[in-house]
Design a protein around this ligand. Structure first.
Ligand code: COA
Length: 331
């Protein structure tokens, strides 16, 4: 049975840098508040005209180049996003069109911040069962166009950024590398704890002027509740993946947690008793880019030489749904 290995990584972020000080011009917040509570210093927001499919395309081209694989070898696309370019069809087909890969399947994954880990699990299964050999797995988000950039929306608006990260997942017969295990979870009892109510097919009409007036089209959350669950579920998911593969926390060379909040990452690191140099964070520069955070961080970690062949990489995510999950990969 072939194994699924990550053969190349790539990312793309908008060139428009939005600092914490830039936000103080439009809402009642401060650089000190944002840094202390979240660790975020700046984020990237798209300029008008940039689409998620365009960023995903650039991230995929970088990943294919690193893998040294032509786009024509790709058999399937899996694209994770909670902010599709359009209500339908999914962003995956727009990416497919940009890549010129007519005919191959394009699957959009709706698992929010855990979307990349869910997508990796699907790619791993498809490769192991022999259905596809070369898969582009992408996380892409444009959060900025959906945020309430005023004092009323400051709890959410300061957290999120835009960007795309991609990997080429390919079949390998080398049992010294590849995805060892993935573990996925969700708990819909908390669906409204971090969500966006409108526009929605459950409403008649999907969005009304009253919805717009009351801000139901903006995302909302109970930040403390999300924080509490994230800080508990992420270490649990790491331990679950380690137990399933007979490994221990000391075997992990690099942990890339979903970049929701530097304080959450720090709590996860302490609970797992991992030294600082074994955890990769870049939320300081990008904020929370939802499904894109893990592949952007992975691509940066690779470019910084933080992963060597044979290293044990652990990915862990938590997000809206709630959804959460983990993956262990022998690099
Ligand atoms: N700037 C300044 N003040 C802000 C603010 C901002 N951007 N956002 C909220 N505040 C205010 C609140 O209104 C509140 O004021 P009050 O005490 O007068 O009511 C005060 O700051 C404290 O808010 P609180 O929500 O208790 O802060 P916190 O320490 O819980 O930090 C978060 C808030 C959002 C940073 C934190 O809860 C968090 O990160 N949660 C997880 C969110 C997350 O990761 N979501 C995505 C998951 S994938």
């Amino acid at each position: 049975m072939p194994r699924a290995a990550i053969l190349g990584t790539g990312f793309d972020v908008p060139d428009r840098v939005v600092s914490n000080d830039d936000l103080t011009a439009v809402m009642d917040t401060s650089d000190a508040w944002i840094r202390e509570r979240t660790g975020i210093e700046e984020r990237r927001w798209v300029r008008e005209g940039t689409t998620g499919a365009q960023m995903a395309h650039r991230a995929c081209l970088a990943a294919l180049e690193e893998a040294d694989i032509p786009a024509s070898d790709v058999d399937a696309i899996i694209l994770a996003t909670l902010s599709p370019d359009h209500a339908f069809p999914g962003t995956g087909v727009f990416l497919q069109r940009e890549l010129g890969l007519t005919g191959i399947p394009a699957l959009d994954v709706r698992a929010q911040c855990t979307g990349f880990v869910y997508g990796l699990s699907v790619a791993d299964a498809w490769i192991r069962m022999g259905q596809y050999r070369t898969i582009l797995l992408v996380g892409v988000e444009i959060q900025s166009t959906g945020l309430d950039v005023s004092t009323a929306g400051r709890d959410m608006a300061v957290l999120f950024g835009d960007g795309a990260g991609a990997v080429v997942v390919g079949a390998t017969d080398d049992d010294g590398r590849g995805v060892l295990v993935t573990r996925l979870h969700s708990d819909g009892r908390h669906a409204e704890t971090l969500w966006c109510d409108a526009a929605s097919s459950a409403r008649h009409p999907r969005v009304s002027s009253e919805d717009l007036a009351s801000g139901r089209h903006y995302p909302s959350m109970d930040g403390r509740e999300v924080f509490k669950h994230a800080a508990t579920r992420m270490p649990e998911a790491v331990e679950e993946a380690l137990a399933a593969s007979g490994l221990e926390i000391g075997d992990v060379d690099l942990l890339i947690p979903h970049q929701a909040n530097l304080r959450i990452s720090e709590m996860v690191r302490r609970r797992l008793q991992l030294p600082e140099e074994r955890v990769y964070n870049n939320i300081q520069r990008y904020g929370n880019t939802t499904a894109a955070t893990i592949p952007i961080a992975l691509a940066e970690a690779v470019r910084e030489g933080r992963l060597q062949r044979g290293d044990l990489l652990c990915l862990v995510a938590f997000g809206s749904g709630f959804t959460w999950g983990s993956a262990l990969i022998r690099w």
